[in-house]
Design a protein around this ligand. Structure first.
Ligand code: SAM
Ligand code: SF4
Ligand code: SF4
Length: 336
């Protein structure tokens, strides 16, 4: 079967499925309480794709060239029995990687059940090592120690190397960069420092809030010398570095200052089954209607191929005064 290639010659290689738009955190850069308050209307249950529907659509994506599937959200573990979705996806022949991005706030017994269901890798978000900073960012007073425990138990369960995502926001958690780097170097987990992005509309993004990759690199290098590593694969988003003393690896994701659209091979399915070909897309293509209307695998394949073949997205490369004001969808909906 031929694989899908877009207008800029980019293959379809990764699929991110947002399994829910809900979350138990209110990270200020993603779901600020001012917008996602008590009255916020999340999607009704019947509008979310069922696990069976996600499995059907994922199989078609794998047939079209996808090799990596990541479950995200919102907080994916808010979806009851996520393990049963994992066990379905783990059975799709051809997938090389099945990963989960989580805030690591659920009971640690879930880790083994996810592993038993067939999960391969865990990515955990954590923005600081001190409670004061982390709690002010998650905005629900969730403590650092629980997330660190989640990370350790995941690594011990064989879901490593665990990646830790840290969004860096100027004046908020810059001071946490070096303590985080030292801690995760010592514990042999891969920290990835992410430039704060202008996703959605609710986080009030300003360029001034971004600590750039170059600034992060200089800060790290002055304390713990690092040198660049070759990318693992085409489309890899993190610039990888290793500590020159051989004590491990660290990544920087420069989505704002050095966009990587040229190699972007990701498709995203939102919790209500819309297909997006860019994190900053305005419109998605409805897959749920096709799935619920009884479309065959061949019909789904045709619909996805048509979308991917037309794809010209490169939002981050075009980011400018004009595009910053365009309507966009929220990260918690489309999945980070
Ligand atoms: N709830 C899960 C979590 O936090 O890991 C999964 C969904 S979350 C939207 C996925 C990733 O997006 C997280 O690592 C989060 O830190 C990142 N993220 C959210 N908003 C962001 C922003 N404005 N800029 C950069 N990264 C962001
Ligand atoms: Fe929830 Fe993840 Fe967004 Fe934080 S980054 S609000 S944990 S979805
Ligand atoms: Fe991919 Fe869009 Fe991000 Fe560019 S801006 S890397 S096309 S998701």
């Amino acid at each position: 079967m031929s694989h899908a290639i877009d207008q800029l010659n980019r293959p379809l290689h990764d699929l991110r499925i947002s399994v829910t738009d809900r979350c138990n955190f209110r990270c200020t850069y993603c779901m600020p309480k001012s917008v996602f308050g008590r009255d916020y209307q999340f999607m009704p249950q019947d509008q979310l794709l069922t696990f069976e529907e996600m499995d059907r659509v994922a199989r078609v994506f794998v047939d079209l060239g996808v090799r990596k599937i990541r479950l995200t959200g919102g907080e994916p573990l808010m979806r009851r029995d996520l393990e049963s979705l994992v066990s379905k996806l783990a059975l799709i022949p051809g997938t090389e990687d099945l990963a989960l991005t989580t805030n690591g706030s659920f009971h640690i017994t879930r880790i083994q059940s996810l592993k038993d269901a067939g999960l391969k890798r865990m990515t955990v978000s954590l923005d600081a090592l001190d409670d004061a900073t982390f709690m002010s960012m998650n905005d629900v007073d969730f403590p650092v120690s629980k997330v660190l425990e989640w990370i350790d138990v995941s690594a011990n369960a064989g879901l490593g190397p665990v990646k830790i995502n840290m969004v860096v926001k100027r004046g908020v958690n810059e001071h946490a960069i070096l303590p985080m780097a030292r801690y995760f170097r010592e514990h042999c987990h891969v920290l990835r420092l992410i430039e704060y992005m202008d996703v959605g509309h609710s986080n009030g993004w300003r360029m001034d809030d971004v600590v750039t990759a170059a600034q992060i690199r200089d800060l790290l290098h002055a304390d713990m010398p690092i040198e660049p590593l070759e990318p693992n694969s085409r489309g890899e988003v993190a610039e990888r570095y290793r500590y020159t003393d051989g004590s491990g690896e660290i990544g920087i994701i420069a989505s704002v200052s050095q966009p990587f659209c040229g190699d972007c091979s990701r498709a995203r399915i939102s919790a209500d089954g819309k297909l997006y070909t860019c994190l900053f897309a305005i419109n998605g293509t409805d897959m749920r209607g096709l799935l619920r209307g009884g479309a065959s695998a061949a019909e789904l394949r045709e619909a996805i191929t048509a979308v991917w073949q037309k794809r010209v997205d490169r939002y981050s490369e075009l980011r400018s005064a004009q595009t910053e004001d365009l309507p966009k969808v929220e990260m918690s909906y489309i999945g980070g």
